[in-house]
Design a protein around this ligand. Structure first.
Ligand code: HEC
Length: 154
């Protein structure tokens, strides 16, 4: 076998090999008692937007896309889920102190307004996570209403 062919077959074997290394799935299949829907009012349309654009990385339930079965794409997604949940977990929002809830809501508005969230790499792969200007406005004004709601002490 020529050296070039040897290198290619080693790469081929590695690519096949890594397919068997799969991260554990982020899926508890329940709506947590601490879900944000128990803390502030969320209309169905806001709920759908959050589920489509944010919940895959910011909740305890990811809807796994096809590419998660192909490594290293699945590892990358897993990394985003771990880091995303560290920063903000909608499933555990009810467990945050109120000050934290308020600052997270502020952060949500900021990240949406500045097109930082959802992550650009995710937007490329997920059509319904690409928020229109109108949808961004809906989400941002929902965060403002939610901040008022929390400040009023419901
Ligand atoms: C593909 C995964 C993914 C999606 C989808 C996603 N995020 Fe994130 N988010 C992350 C990661 C990863 C971080 C951690 C910070 C970083 O690495 O940029 C993060 C951080 C954040 C933060 C904290 C940022 C800070 O510095 O305080 C907020 C707020 C946030 N995301 C809101 C959202 C909202 C709102 C949506 C939906 C509109 C969303 N994210 C969708 C992955 C994601």
């Amino acid at each position: 076998m020529s050296p070039a062919k040897k290198v290619l077959s080693v790469i081929g074997i590695l690519i096949i090999g890594i397919q068997f290394i799969r991260p554990a799935r982020n899926k508890d299949g329940q709506i947590a008692a601490t879900d944000i829907s128990g803390v502030v009012s969320i209309s169905d349309s806001i709920k759908i937007l959050l589920h489509n654009a944010c919940y895959d990385c910011h909740s305890n339930n990811t809807r796994y896309p096809w590419y998660s079965n192909i490594q290293p794409a699945g590892w990358l997604l897993n990394r985003h889920i771990t880091d995303g949940k560290d920063e903000l977990n909608f499933s555990e929002f009810g467990g945050y102190a109120q000050r934290m809830q308020l600052s997270k809501l502020d952060g949500i508005a900021y990240n949406i307004r500045e097109n930082i969230m959802p992550l650009a790499s995710y937007r490329r792969m997920h059509k319904n996570a690409r928020l229109s200007e109108n949808e961004k406005e809906m989400l941002i004004s929902w965060t403002e209403r939610s901040i008022d709601e929390l400040n009023r002490g419901k």
